[in-house]
Ligand binder design. Sequence first.
Ligand code: AMP
Ligand code: MG
Length: 544
Amino acid sequence: MEIHIQLTTERITEHLPPPSAALGAWGEFRGVVRGEENGATIAALEYEAYQPMAEREIRRLLTELSTAQPCLAARVIHRLGIVPVGEAAIYVGIAGRHRAEAFALLTAFMDRLKRDVPIWKRRAVTNLNVIEDRTPNASGHPKSGSVSAHSASEVVTLLRELCQPLATERVALAESNGRVLREAVCALEDQPSFDRSSVDGYAVRQDDAGTSFVVVDELRAGDWRPRALQPGEAVRIATGGALPGDGLQVVMKEDVRVEPGKVLVLKRDGDRNIRFRGEDAKCGQILVSAGTVLRHGTLGLLASLGCVQPLVTRLPRVLHLATGNEIVSPDQFPKHGQIRDSNSTLVQAFLSQWNIIPEQRRVAEDAPAIQSAMSHQLSEIDLLLISGGASVGEHDFTRRLLAEAGFVIHVSKTTARPGKPLIVAQRGGTLAFGLPGNPLAHFVCLNLYVRAALESWSGQFQRTDFAAGELTEDLAAGGNARESFWPARWHLTDGAVRLAPSRWQSSGDLTALAGANAIIRVRAETKQLPRGSRVEFMNTEGIG
Ligand code: AMP
Ligand code: MG
């Protein structure tokens, strides 16, 4: 049975093609979110899943159930994230030879889905305009607006809730590298769309056991000249050439001897050397799912399907302000007491991984200067990044200025280091980060938090997460009471991920960034991690 599974944060399309192009009967089921949950009126339900496991279980379940109810094909789409009332959370389409089997499999599958598949209702949302910060503080109240410290993972969870996928646009294939596809792309015809030779050779009738053939035609790739081959006839055909008819076999040219006007077959096995129509994919089959980050391989596939204007997520508009009286442009020679602005370059290069080109300015540490730079087109900006001035020193204005500009402050500090002072604020569709000025904190905060916001906005299916690796040397973590994020360099040795932690003296130590391509998470109170310890790390160069 053909099985197509899609777990998506996208709205489920109203009209889907049958799950199989084969003839027969097909039935579909849509589970729509109702406006009531446990007696209360709701606006939406939020679904969560262990994604790879959920997909595996759905496949296993369908395979198991189809032994009793043999069917041709099944398509299951489950929506994840926030699903508003009235919209479908699940779609199941089953195609069978007869309707009784299709319906029986549909019913059996729906009965088992809830029990066996790790997809669950996380919570009911009562007001879609207010997706509240539900992380309670010590007194059990939501922290929104408060100054209590958040853990790094709490900040990431909050950002994923605040940043729902941005609107979509159609762009040319050449511009869509690295962008996130927002609609499933199906095969509009069988792939390949005609029977074609996979070798250079001679097409003969498969039922013709003779060894001497008269060559009656020659077909190159691109030619199309159908003919009914007679016994004893062969057509010379090139790789990729369209077969002239059905019931043929192509004998490789290496296995024949060419004589004037004929060929003698020296060797012939059962291999037909044909790529048959529909062998790679059937018409209607989903080939690239919504949420896929488009890269060169996938883009090549889209081109082959004629999908030349893919629907992708629009890019966020970003304004970055580097604040500080001490910073000068990197091409200037700093006076005593001044330093070169490295954060603007760091931010710009970080964002360019998503093709985002920020607007960037250097501003003095002075309220009116920052205010005027900030107010500039603020409502047209999705992301405001302010480097420096995030802590609570006398000259650290970021928090106050954001609050005065009407931003709701969600986070003011974290329990992680580096990046203790960190501001996350929101005003309408604009998200703002106040990032502590030192470049190492920038490296960590951009990768931990800004990345989470960008990935969430992009609607990409897979999120960058922590993976496991092994330390190549001791890591003296110093028993710090705070969770630490340590720059490191990962590499593969004998198929295993090894991590060399960077040496850093203080959070202002930029030399630690030389060659850093990872961040190691070190739990609070860890004193020493000996060489060979397994640690969690994030690949900071791994997008999509
Ligand atoms: P702040 O968060 O403004 O208190 O800055 C913390 C540290 O980071 C100070 O030592 C600053 O000089 C340094 N810093 C701030 N902005 C930058 C920048 N754009 N480039 C490099 N260092 C910076
Ligand atoms: Mg400063």
